[in-house]
Design a protein around this ligand. Structure first.
Ligand code: PLP
Length: 402
């Protein structure tokens, strides 16, 4: 017998499972509302024109080569990325209290952050929202955290934020718990705290001496405005917290498979940065040695060049604008059809996803009868909607709910 014979079958990752069901369907009207990636109004992936342009420049640049990057990546990228998140004039930057390293996209940044917090700082408790992006638990437990806790977030009755529940749970958190916060466009609910609520959250994090970790996967993609989407992170930085933020460039640059990410740390005292970076160097060295360059070069060129930066900002406006249009369109159609329930949450929510309130059975019904594929939680990717399929989807949801 094989030494591998006793290995148990691991559960499937739902989103990839649903994507396969979509790919296997031969129905002419099939719709994919599952995967977290942007689609054009023709339901196609979009390579941003500014990305195409920079890629052509990179290909023609004979001074570039495929030598290894440093272990902590391309500095021109990570500094520009951190400035984009904190704001270029943030005092933490001028005072040398910020450091940033290039990592393997948002996921890789969270993993290095989790390992750093667990192995080096010896933190062992982490909190994520109920619900959250499916990978948070896996990343933190695989990095060694054993005390897994949740704070309340989604209120199914109001289809909004359970703010009192969230605050109560954080008030009961032990000191040094790591609290994962979505900096904007919460995945999967699309519900963000208001500015006043963020201030209250910061109060509790301070009082209870918790450690804030911001997962920033949608800056600019959510509202179309980079500053607006960074508001919560900047509030915490201004209030003087020591904190980590991980940045993904998958969505806002459409660079999903290039794995472009940044891990940014703000500290109180610049003298801790050198030893801290030396420990992160070992964590990276022992896991993937050094990051890839292609995507980071693209982002670095765009963020460091005023004209390209302007072109990119137009692209994020196009993406966020299309999503906002689809939200309006879906709400209007459901209301016009008289679909039971309230649907204003669809436009109140922000970002790529909408938590529709559809049940697991209703999701299954949509897949089986209409070949419309979404997650069993009722989460839909708004980008899967197009002017060509929105009527079909609204009528199908109406049928599933009625
Ligand atoms: N965090 C959240 C909340 C996400 O939704 C995602 C992607 O869906 C990520 C992090 C990480 O994505 P990536 O590893 O592609 O940057």
């Amino acid at each position: 017998t094989s030494r591998f014979a006793d290995i148990q079958q691991a559960p499937p990752i739902e989103v990839f499972h649903v994507m396969k069901a979509f790919a296997d369907s031969t129905h002419e009207k099939k719709v994919n509302l599952s995967v977290g990636a942007y689609r054009t109004d023709e339901a196609k992936p979009w390579v941003l024109p500014v990305v195409r342009k920079v890629e052509a420049e990179l290909a023609a640049d004979m001074t570039l080569n495929h030598e290894y990057l440093p272990i902590l990546g391309l500095e021109s990228f990570s500094t520009a990325a951190a400035k984009m998140l904190l704001g270029a004039s943030h005092p933490a930057i001028a005072e040398g209290r910020m450091t940033a390293v290039q990592v393997l996209s948002g996921t890789g940044g969270l993993r290095i952050a989790a390992e750093f917090l667990h192995r080096i700082l010896k933190y062992n408790t982490f909190y994520f929202s109920t619900p959250t992006w499916g990978n948070h638990r896996l990343i933190f437990t695989q990095a060694g955290f054993t005390d897994v806790r949740q704070y309340r977030y989604w209120d199914g009755k109001t289809k909004g934020l359970d703010f009192d529940g969230m605050i109560e749970d954080l008030q009961n958190a032990p000191e040094n718990s790591v609290v994962i916060l979505h900096s904007c466009a919460h995945n999967p609910t699309g519900v963000d705290p208001t500015q006043d609520q963020w201030k209250k959250i910061a109060d509790v994090v301070e009082e209870r001496k918790l450690f804030p970790l911001f997962d920033s996967a949608y800056q600019g993609f959510a509202s179309g405005d980079l500053d607006k989407d960074a508001w919560a992170v900047r509030l915490f930085a201004e209030r003087g917290f020591e904190m980590i933020a991980t940045q993904s460039f998958s969505k806002n640059f459409g660079l999903y498979n290039e794995r472009v990410g940044n891990l940014m740390i703000v500290v109180k005292d610049p003298s801790v940065i050198v030893p801290m970076r030396s420990q992160i160097t070992l964590l990276v060295r022992g896991s993937y040695s050094n990051p890839p360059s292609h995507g980071a070069r693209i982002v670095s060129r765009v963020l460091n060049d005023e004209a390209l930066f302007g072109e990119w900002k137009e692209c994020i406006k196009i993406m966020s604008g299309r999503i906002i249009e689809m939200r309006k369109g879906l709400q209007e159609r459901l209301e016009k059809l008289g679909t039971p329930g309230t649907w204003n949450h669809i436009t109140a929510q922000i970002g790529m996803f909408s938590f529709t309130g559809l049940s697991a059975e209703q999701s299954k019904y949509l897949a089986e009868k209409y070949h419309i594929y979404l997650l069993s939680s009722g989460r839909i990717n708004m980008c899967g909607l197009t002017t060509g399929n929105i009527d079909y989807v609204a009528e199908a949801i109406n049928d599933a709910v009625c």
